[in-house]
Design a protein around this ligand. Structure first.
Ligand code: MN
Length: 247
């Protein structure tokens, strides 16, 4: 099996290196990742400046672009042949609920949606996560499971692993995305010249975080696996909108 590994924390991040090393033991791995931290980049593409690819070592590259750029480049001509799937991560921090809208980790996986197997975004959920080996082992297990027993390729798996040693994980759970409360307010401060600057505040706490959600699974020590689709259409609202337009 051929796997393209990317992330949004940059090619030097511990998460991607632990992941790539673990997957290399069971698959043919190529890494194409951003040259720096692009967390929160979502599905952005760089359209107004050129992209340069640097080879760190055999089959490991970094790019002066976003997570989506990296996977796009890899699949649209950089690699000689398509991988079977994209695995993105291991992200330094959770991607739960509406985090996926902003996540570069999820975006990198999403850019692999045309491949033969479901793309996987994997994140280590904790404020300062440390157990990357545990998350990488979960990724390896999922890849091996997919190899034995395929899932439709139009599903993406958004995986969140509680930050604890592998032996302390309670198991795998199929979940849905929860929702967060609104983000914390902006942080308003001054730059050294006395001008006002703003920091985006932290994500809000879980709001819809009850049983069945990714929040709940992670909170209880389970690996949360939410199947995602790219189609954002709210299909059941199309007839109602049509009605409204005709009134
Ligand atoms: Mn990140």
């Amino acid at each position: 099996m051929k796997i393209l590994v990317s992330n949004d924390d940059g090619y030097l991040a511990r998460g991607i290196n632990v992941l790539a090393d673990a997957l290399s033991r069971v698959a043919d791995v190529v890494v194409v990742a951003p040259d720096r931290n692009h967390s929160g980049a979502s599905n952005s593409l760089t359209l107004h400046s050129p992209l340069r690819v640097h080879r760190v070592e055999n089959k490991r590259y970094f790019v002066n672009g976003t997570p989506s750029d990296c996977v796009h480049l890899a699949l649209a001509g950089l690699l000689d042949e398509d991988p079977d799937l994209v695995v993105s991560g291991v992200n330094h921090g959770a991607n739960l609920g509406d985090d996926v809208i902003y996540s570069g980790t999820v975006a990198a996986a999403m850019e692999g949606r045309y491949l033969g197997l479901p793309a996987i975004a994997i994140s280590l959920a904790g404020p300062r996560p440390t157990n990357f080996e545990a998350a990488a082992r979960v990724a390896v297990e999922l890849v091996q499971r997919l190899e034995r027993d395929k899932l439709p390729a139009d599903v993406m798996l958004n995986v969140n692993v509680p930050d604890r040693p592998y032996d302390e994980l309670k198991g795998l759970r199929a979940t849905r995305l929860g929702f967060r409360h609104r983000s914390e307010p902006l942080i308003k401060t001054k730059d050294p010249q006395g001008k006002t600057i703003y920091w985006i505040g932290p994500a809000g706490p879980g709001q819809d975080a009850g049983p069945g959600t990714d929040f709940d699974a992670v909170e209880n020590g389970y690996v949360a696996i939410s199947p995602l689709k790219v189609d954002l259409t709210r299909h059941e609202a199309v007839p109602r909108l049509d009605d409204w337009l005709r009134r």
